[in-house]
Design a protein around this ligand. Structure first.
Ligand SMILES: [Zn+2]
Length: 483
């Protein structure tokens, strides 16, 4: 079988985890009004939800659709974030019994199906989907647990800029502030508003210095007008890249609105295109890569851009601090928030096996998990008991554990970028082999065969996390005078 061994074994494993045809048919029919109906119920309850937003001046009150809450939780004014958090959670609280029923039904149905299908552990299906071994997952979380002080110390620093010892949950996505001054993240960086031509130059320069092959792919994409970047009425928000193995070309859809995050998006989507480009000669059956590896090339390209921007002498200290703050903010989400989601979901399945959990129990489990993972970086009173209800990911019925692949992909890219920085160009052929093989085998085997690293041991993951120590020191040096 050779190169198809993994695919064939995976198909065989999936086949061994099915009931007989008649029972699978019945399960599929019942899922329409059972499992998936609970997911649809969540969607309809959540999408119809709005909340009372009491603006900080206390005079203006208005009802705000829940879809706008996320933007308010990123607001530079802490009082706005606090009000959106409190108002939003009042609304989630009013529907939490219904949502607890949905969550119990979704997890309970899955456990029953796993039992009848002979699935040994409730994590097995998610691990198979992510093409990662249980040992890889354990090694990654062991490293995150061991190195948790790094993201925690960033959050404590963020809190100190707010004049506090620890953050509240609603500070997680808020911008970094300089001593009560103007927001560094949104304000100064957004104010840079580079033109499209400047953005192309920034990305070209970054890729060219670190990775010439990526630059030539980028140049071709720009020259051949593969990137639809112009704003126009009726254009959908969002960004994505699609690639055709037949014509061996990619197309990027995005809207360039002249912000620094749009420049990052450009680098990110080109990374996806480059991933497809490296796979152009791979046989079709081995081209489908799992979610854990899907963001490898995109995040790698973004890291190259980010590091290049930090070296750009045209950047002021404020802009540099903003970039570092945003990168470390992302890191704290990937390392601590995602770990919280994973541990909560794992505990939910463990406990659900012996009965339903009440909304109170779900709240308590969420609070306990947040406190364990964030430690003293999170204000004991600043927790979010209803995070299980507001986070859609727990209610997706087509896939379970829609959380750990984020942390896995993020750290894998960071680890590879750290190897690239250490080894220089000599690393790149191995990186490209890794991308080529990303749909061909278990992630740890691909990593071992191409990069020569062992994902089933914590070392690689530890190094990837420790690569954040430099950025944290740089940030400290930039904001120290203001403290
Ligand atoms: Zn992406």
């Amino acid at each position: 079988m050779g190169e198809l061994t993994y695919r064939v074994e995976r198909l065989a494993r999936e086949a061994s985890r099915t009931m007989d045809v008649a029972r699978e048919g019945l399960a599929a029919d019942l899922a329409v009004d059972g499992l998936h109906a609970w997911g649809r119920l969540y969607d309809s309850v959540a999408s119809g939800l709005d909340f009372e937003m009491v603006w900080p001046d206390g005079e203006k009150r208005e009802r705000v659709p829940m879809a706008q809450r996320r933007a308010l939780l990123r607001h530079a004014d802490r009082r706005v974030r606090e009000a959106a958090f409190a108002g939003g959670n009042e609304a989630w609280k009013s529907v939490r019994d219904v949502l607890a029923s949905a969550l119990n039904a979704i997890s309970g149905t899955r456990l029953t199906l796993y039992q009848h299908r002979g699935v040994g552990h409730f994590l097995d299906v998610a691990l198979d989907d992510g093409a990662i071994s249980a040992a890889s997952l354990e090694a990654m979380f062991a490293a995150i647990e061991g190195e948790a002080e790094l993201p925690r110390s960033f959050l404590r620093r963020k809190a100190s800029l707010l004049g506090r010892e620890s953050i509240a949950w609603y500070d997680l996505e808020g911008p970094l502030l300089r001593d009560g001054g103007p927001p560094m993240v949104c304000g100064e960086i957004e104010a840079a508003s580079p033109s499209w031509e400047t953005a192309v130059e920034m990305v070209r320069g970054a890729f060219g210095a670190a990775y010439p092959a990526l630059q030539s792919f980028f140049d071709r994409a720009i020259e051949r007008r593969w990137v639809d970047h112009t704003p126009r009425p009726g254009k959908q928000p969002g960004a994505w890249c699609t690639s055709s193995p037949v014509i061996q070309q990619s197309r990027v859809f995005m809207t360039y609105a002249a912000s620094m995050s749009d420049v990052s998006t450009l680098a990110h989507e080109i990374g996806h295109g480059f991933h497809a480009h490296t796979m152009r000669h791979v046989r079709p059956l081995l081209r489908g890569y799992p979610m854990t590896l899907a963001e490898s090339a995109s995040t790698f390209a973004e890291l190259i851009l980010n590091e290049s921007l930090l070296r750009d002498e045209r950047l002021g200290d404020g802009q540099r601090a903003a970039l570092l703050g945003a990168a470390l903010g992302d890191a704290s989400i990937f390392l601590l928030d995602i770990t919280t989601r994973f541990r909560f979901e794992r505990a939910l399945y463990e406990r659900r096996a012996s009965g339903e959990l009440s909304a109170d129990e779900l709240d308590a489990l969420m609070v306990q998990t947040q406190r364990e993972v964030f430690g003293d970086a999170l204000d004991p009173e600043g927790v979010d008991p209803l995070f299980w209800a507001s986070k859609l990911h727990f209610f997706i019925t087509s896939v379970s554990f829609y959380n750990f692949p984020y942390a896995f992909g993020y750290l894998l890219s960071r680890g590879m970028r750290a190897m690239h920085a250490r080894e220089g160009e000599a690393f790149l052929p191995r990186y490209e082999r890794f991308l080529q093989r990303s749909g061909s085998d278990w992630a740890h085997r691909v990593a071992k065969q191409t990069l020569g690293v062992d994902l089933e041991q914590p070392d690689f993951w530890r190094d990837a996390i420790r690569s954040l120590a430099g950025p944290l020191e740089q940030l400290e040096a930039l904001i120290a005078p203001a403290a």
